[in-house]
Design a protein around this ligand. Structure first.
Ligand code: SF4
Length: 304
C-alpha cells in the first residue's frame, strides 16, 4: 500500500490536468461506469505516476495537446465547457451514486461537514448556509455569499435583499418554494465583503455539485460575482446581461442522458437594486427573458 496514495476528488480537483482527447475521455468514462456497476467506486493512483500512463493504458494514441489550467480572468469564453479531469472520472462524488436530488443534496451537505477548507471558516461565520428550496426546481438563483441575516438564520436571501428576491420571484408567477436558492460561498465573508477569488475557487465546486444534482433548466446569476465565477468571464454587467449562456457545471457528467445543462442568465443582485432602484426595470427585463423560456406568466393582478 506504500506505493499507492488514495486520491480524494476534492483534493485533486485543481491539481490534476484535464484529459483533452475526447476518445480517451469516453474510453475512461466507459471503463469507470463498468467498475461502478460492479460496485467499485474507490480508485488508487500510483504515487508520482505521470497522468499520461492512464492515457496509454487505454491504447489510444497519446494526445500531444498542451495541458493547461488558465486563470479565470484571462478566460474569455461565452460557452463554458465542462472540465472532466481523469480523477474526477475515477472518483465520482458520492451524490453521483443516487438519482434522487433530495438524497444527492444531503450527501453534498454531509461532504461539506463543518468545513474549514477556506479562510472564511475562521472569520466569524455562525454557520454554513448551504441552500434552500425545491430540489427538483426548474429555476435556480445563485448569489455570491451569505450576509448577516443569512448567517444568523442559516438560509440564503432572508434579509432585505431576500425580501426583494421573493418579490421578484412572485412577479414571475411562482413562489420561493418552487425555486432553489444558493450562493457561490457558503460562509459569510466578514463585513459582507465580496468573497475573494480563492474562497470562490474553494467553495464553488460545492455549488457546481448542487447544480449538477438539481439539474435546473435555468440558472439566474444574481450579480457580477456569481456570474463571473460561473461563466469564467471577466466582463462588466452591461455585457453579461441580456442573453442566455449554455451552462454545464464543472465536473458534471456531460454524457448524462437526463440533462444537457442549463441556460444561464445574469441579472443584478437584489442588494444592488435596493441601492439603485432605477435598475429594477432592467432586472425585470432579464426575468421576463427567463419567464419566456420557462413558459411562466405573471400572476393576474389582484382586484383593488
Ligand atoms: S466558504 Fe465554503 S469552502 Fe470556505 S469554509 Fe465555508 S463551506 Fe468551506
Amino acid at each position: 500500500m506504500n506505493d499507492f496514495v488514495r486520491v480524494h476528488s476534492r483534493i485533486i480537483s485543481k491539481s490534476v490536468p484535464t484529459i483533452q482527447n475526447p476518445d480517451v475521455r469516453r474510453a475512461l468514462a466507459d471503463r469507470i461506469r463498468y467498475y461502478n456497476e460492479l460496485g467499485i467506486y474507490d480508485f488508487y493512483r500510483r504515487e508520482g505516476a505521470p497522468i499520461e500512463t492512464v492515457e496509454a493504458a487505454t491504447e489510444v494514441a497519446p494526445a500531444p495537446e498542451p495541458i493547461s489550467q488558465p486563470e479565470m480572468p484571462a478566460k474569455k469564453s461565452i460557452t463554458p465547457k465542462p472540465v472532466e479531469s481523469v480523477l474526477q472520472i475515477l472518483t465520482p462524488n458520492p451524490e453521483q451514486s443516487v438519482t434522487d436530488p433530495i438524497a444527492g443534496l444531503k450527501l453534498i451537505r454531509e461532504d461539506i461537514g463543518d468545513c474549514t477548507r477556506c479562510k472564511l471558516h475562521a472569520q466569524g461565520r455562525k454557520q454554513i448556509v448551504f441552500g434552500v428550496g425545491n430540489p427538483h426546481a426548474d429555476l435556480m438563483f445563485v448569489g455570491e455569499g451569505p450576509g448577516a441575516d443569512e448567517d444568523a438564520q442559516g438560509e440564503p436571501f432572508v434579509g432585505r435583499a431576500g425580501q426583494l428576491l421573493n418579490n421578484m420571484i412572485k412577479a414571475m408567477g411562482i413562489r420561493r418554494e418552487d425555486v432553489y436558492i444558493a450562493n457561490v460561498v457558503k460562509c459569510r465573508p466578514p463585513g459582507n465583503r465580496t468573497p475573494d477569488r480563492d474562497e470562490c475557487d474553494t467553495c464553488g465546486p460545492f455549488l457546481m455539485r448542487q447544480i449538477a444534482t438539481i439539474k435546473p433548466k435555468v440558472i439566474v446569476a444574481l450579480g457580477a460575482v456569481a456570474a463571473k465565477y460561473m461563466l469564467a468571464i471577466n466582463a462588466p454587467m452591461s455585457e453579461l446581461r441580456g442573453r442566455f449562456y449554455d451552462f454545464m457545471p464543472t465536473g458534471a457528467r456531460a454524457s448524462d442522458p437526463n440533462w444537457q445543462g442549463a441556460k444561464l442568465a445574469v441579472t443584478y443582485h437584489p442588494a444592488f437594486l435596493l441601492r439603485d432602484p432605477r435598475q429594477k426595470g432592467e432586472a425585470w427585463k432579464d426575468l421576463q427573458m427567463v419567464m419566456k423560456y420557462l413558459g411562466l406568466k405573471p400572476p393576474p393582478k389582484e382586484p383593488v
